[in-house]
Design a protein around this ligand. Structure first.
Ligand SMILES: C[S@@+](CC[C@H](N)C(=O)[O-])C[C@H]1O[C@@H](n2cnc3c(N)ncnc32)[C@H](O)[C@@H]1O
Length: 336
């Protein structure tokens, strides 16, 4: 009796072939380049690469099947991002090397311009929200988390840093200025930047009322305007309003003095898409690992973190990152 010939087993080779095939296309390589530090929806990628939605969907499917991109649901929208290479998976070493090579590719100028246009659309939506909602700011904030719910945790982290008496602070996006009295008490000079005139007016009123003489307020965009570096940079519930948070951290790290500290208060990743309309959020919180990765890529080191669970199901992360000082080491305390 003739037995059927045994089928050769090619699984590891198959998955490597899928990876090589996915990488064998210049458009797909450029998509991976664009996703280096950002995530985009299908429509945004179609706009960035000037191709139809079904065309880009096909390419994204090929990349996803090869494990090169992963998806994240942001409310009703699906966002694509790069998948992290895992060295112990078949093809992991090749994937890591491939992404390293891709990072050295310059994106075509017109693609860069269209990415900037997508970021500008996102930023305009956020600015328009704060112009419209300043009058009901507190009520909007309280829908998810108001300052009262994270203030003590941020102060606990801040006070653990033992910053010197002459240290300066920069608060980006102070909103109605609720945290400025706490900063004014702890720092020699405090600078606060907000790109919303309506929000800045609220902060101005708060500073006048509290008689804060060491606080200066500036109408400025933290990512595109010039301002001096500070010893401590505070971002409370601001990062999820930035068009490109990973790039933003790169830029903000440059506004930190060597040895300085970056404190970020953010929502942990969630799926409450109503927050986009109700609170103007561009991103539905962040994975802790993403914040860590972006901060490390910005030349910072990870410090202590605190987590606050809220009764409405949201979770808040209060994170400390420090900028190494080549000459004096880290000024900040406890580093993981
Ligand atoms: C949700 S509020 C947070 C307010 C305050 N930090 C708090 O914890 O209550 C976000 C603030 O960031 C400001 N903002 C957003 N993008 C900004 C940017 N690129 N530059 C400066 N301020 C920005 C908004 O105008 C708003 O005042």
């Amino acid at each position: 009796m003739n037995l059927p010939a045994p089928q050769p087993r090619f699984e590891p080779a198959d998955s490597l072939a899928v990876l090589c095939k996915a990488a064998g296309d210049p458009l797909r390589l450029n998509v991976l380049r664009a996703l280096a530090n950002d995530s985009f929806g299908v429509l945004e990628l179609a706009q960035i690469f000037a191709i139809g939605q079904s065309g880009i969907s096909h390419h994204l499917k090929v990349l996803a099947q090869a494990g090169l991109v992963a998806t994240r649901r942001e409310g009703n929208a699906i966002f694509y991002r790069r998948a992290l290479a895992s060295l112990d998976q078949p093809g992991g070493t090749l994937q890591g090397a491939l992404l390293g090579e891709i990072d050295m590719l310059p994106l075509p100028a017109e693609v860069q311009a269209r990415i900037a246009a997508v970021h500008a659309q996102r930023a305009a939506a956020s600015q328009e929200f704060f112009a419209r909602m300043a009058a009901s700011f507190q009520a909007q904030q309280d829908l998810i988390a108001g300052l009262a719910q994270y203030r003590d945790s941020v102060l606990a982290l801040l006070d653990s840093l033992n910053l010197p008496a002459n240290a300066t602070a920069l608060e980006v996006g102070p909103g109605d200025g609720g945290f400025l009295p706490d900063l004014a008490q702890r720092f020699a000079q405090v600078r606060a930047l907000d790109n919303s005139p309506a929000m800045l007016e609220l902060a101005q009123a708060r500073c006048l009322q509290a008689g804060l003489s060491n606080v200066s307020l500036h109408l400025a965009d933290a990512l595109s305007d010039e301002y001096p570096a500070a010893d401590c940079l505070v971002l409370n519930m601001v990062l999820h309003h930035f068009a490109a948070p990973a790039d933003a951290l790169q830029q903000l790290a440059q506004r930190l003095c060597p040895g300085g500290s970056l404190l970020i208060t953010e929502l942990c990743s969630h799926n409450q898409s109503w927050a986009r309309q109700a609170c103007g959020d561009l991103w539905l919180g962040f994975e802790q690992d993403d914040l860590t990765r972006w901060a490390l890529a910005a030349g910072l080191v990870s410090g202590e973190s605190l987590y606050v669970g809220l009764r409405n199901g949201f979770q808040i992360q209060v994170r400390h990152f420090a900028k190494p000082d080549e000459h004096h080491g880290l000024r900040a305390l406890t580093l993981r």
